[in-house]
Design a protein around this ligand. Structure first.
Ligand code: 13P
Length: 248
């Protein structure tokens, strides 16, 4: 039985004061549900959120990490640094990092391996760009990203990864994939996992959808059989919208 995960990705929004205000408001609205909830925040807000959400069941995640243990890597943050703060999740391979910060399938793979040495749960993002979808190449692209990301990762470790299918053309555009399109692609990811491992493993892995998820479309998307939650950008910045999505 897969427990859905609905995670907010704040991207580069909110100061610490704004994060603290969000947490206070959100805690008042949040009640235990059948889904897991988490917020993935900028590094400087992580400690504030971990403290604010302690004992509530609401998880906290980072949006990136570097794969080396330590060293002369100016500006980077290691897995151990995240672990010390007490984060539960870490996004890896978001399309914005692939697009603007030279994230590659290889660096994604190394980041996953580094995170899987700890208890931190990686949220691996995959998704095609518009031209790839228009060329009918979406399944080839996405299953290729999944294969490359999981290269050399054991079944036991792979089971702990959350995968977020985020079509790039649906991110921040207001253009959501239809529930059928999202469901098909999540099924394709599960199929890829079955080929890489087996059906027992592929059945356990949480596969989210991300891209313009909002209170109005959350239920339709998350009621699809293959979709186990959502990675929510813009709508996670507002406590009342985010709680509506969680309580879909
Ligand atoms: P939006 O929900 O703002 O489209 O962002 C989606 C996303 O990139 C989540 O990681």
């Amino acid at each position: 039985m897969r427990i859905p995960l609905i995670a907010g990705n704040w991207k580069m929004y909110k100061t610490s004061a704004e994060a603290a205000a969000f947490a206070e408001e959100f805690k008042k609205l949040y009640h235990d549900t059948d889904v897991r909830a988490a917020i993935c925040a900028p590094y400087t807000q992580l400690e504030t959120l971990v403290k604010a959400f302690a004992g509530t069941g609401i998880g906290v995640g980072a949006q990136n990490v570097y794969f080396e243990k330590e060293g002369a890597f100016t500006g980077e943050i290691s897995v151990d640094m995240l672990k010390e703060i007490g984060v539960d999740y870490c996004i890896v391979g978001h399309s914005e990092r692939r697009q603007y910060f030279n994230e590659t399938d290889q660096s994604v793979n190394r980041k996953l391996k580094a995170l899987l040495e700890t208890e931190i749960c990686p949220i691996l993002c995959v998704g095609e760009v518009l031209e790839e979808r228009e060329a009918g190449r979406e399944t080839e692209i996405v299953s290729g990203q999944v294969r490359a990301a999981l290269d050399g990762i054991s079944a036991e470790k792979a089971e702990r990864i959350v995968i977020a299918y985020e079509p790039v053309w649906a991110i921040g555009t207001g253009k959501t994939a239809t529930p059928e399109q999202a469901g098909e692609m999540c099924a394709c990811i599960r199929q890829t996992l079955e080929t890489l491992y087996d059906d027992v493993v592929s059945d356990k892995i949480i596969i989210q959808y991300g891209g313009s998820v909002k209170p109005e479309n959350a239920a339709d998307i998350m009621n699809m059989e293959e979709i186990d939650g959502a990675l929510v950008g813009g709508a996670s910045l507002d406590p009342s919208k985010f709680i509506e999505i969680i309580n879909f």
